[in-house]
Design a protein around this ligand. Structure first.
Ligand SMILES: NC(=O)c1ccc[n+]([C@@H]2O[C@H](COP(=O)([O-])OP(=O)(O)OC[C@H]3O[C@@H](n4cnc5c(N)ncnc54)[C@H](OP(=O)(O)O)[C@@H]3O)[C@@H](O)[C@H]2O)c1
Length: 235
């Protein structure tokens, strides 16, 4: 089985690559050469270097690879809008480009290489359940990613499409967070949830359930209740 994972040089993607490498061949993608060299030491891992914001680079690197059983589009970044009144459009563009536009580039290059009956997973975020303070850029990019995945589920009849909604996971991406991360789990735990969910071909993979189900419950409340709670989180 061939599994391609973007963002495999760190955090959730790295843990997932190592998990899959126990029983599949993994194409581990990223930009950090040191990390790619380290991953390539593994018998079942081929390191693939490209920038997900560069369509030509992705196409060139993916062209020579074999067909995939599973593609996991996991690479992403997070930056917060700290002062909404003085909106940072450059930050907004950066985040939308890495988390959303790049998905279009990866899909153009990789969808023709997914076997019929294969799987595609898009890693979004549980931030999409509810608008949160400072999340204008990250939340919008991930809401777009979730919508994209759901449309692809409709339009790709021969591929199973899953969208992944993690809660807080301790990784280099969240290490810089300066706020408490309730019910945070490790990257290895996140990888285990994703591995199991993809094996069962679940359409939505969300974890840890105690956190994501609580957010889903809050989402069901009238908007004025959530907006009041969310405004209470503004610093
Ligand atoms: N951690 C959480 O709590 C959490 C929660 C919900 C959703 N997520 C989502 O889960 C995914 C993985 O997050 P993580 O926490 O594991 O983050 P991470 O440890 O920071 O890893 C991010 C990965 O994305 C790759 N990447 C970033 N920009 C890239 C680019 N331009 N081209 C190629 N690769 C690029 C990085 O590779 P290089 O540095 O080698 O380029 C790295 O492998 C992200 O989509 C994130 O939004 C995370």
């Amino acid at each position: 089985m061939n599994v391609l994972i973007t963002g495999a040089t760190s955090g959730i993607g790295e843990a997932l690559a190592l998990k899959y490498a126990t029983d599949a061949h993994v194409f581990a993608c990223g930009r950090s050469q040191d990390k790619l060299d380290e991953l390539a030491q593994h018998d079942n891992i081929t390191a693939v270097r490209f920038d997900i914001t560069d369509l030509a680079d992705i196409k060139q690197q993916v062209e020579s690879l074999p067909e995939f059983d599973i593609v996991v589009l996991n690479a992403g970044s997070c930056e917060y809008i700290n002062d909404a009144k003085h909106f940072d459009s450059a930050l907004f563009e950066r985040v939308i480009k890495v988390n959303l536009i790049s998905l279009g580039y990866c899909l153009e290059a990789m969808l023709p290489k997914i076997k019929s009956g294969g799987q595609l997973a898009i890693v979004s975020s549980s931030v999409t359940y509810l608008p949160l303070t400072r999340s204008e850029a990250y939340g919008a990019s991930k809401a777009g990613a979730t919508y994209l995945a759901k449309c692809l589920e409709i339009d790709l009849p021969d591929i199973d499409v899953s969208v992944v909604h993690p809660g807080f996971v301790k990784t280099p991406l969240t290490d810089k967070n300066d706020f408490p991360m309730p019910m945070a789990i490790t990257a290895e735990q996140a990888a285990q949830y994703m591995y199991k969910g993809l094996k069962k071909r679940h359409k939505e993979i969300h974890f840890p359930k105690r956190f994501t189900l609580f957010l889903k419950l809050l989402r069901a409340l009238p908007w004025f209740i959530w907006s009041k709670l969310a405004k209470g989180m503004v610093r």
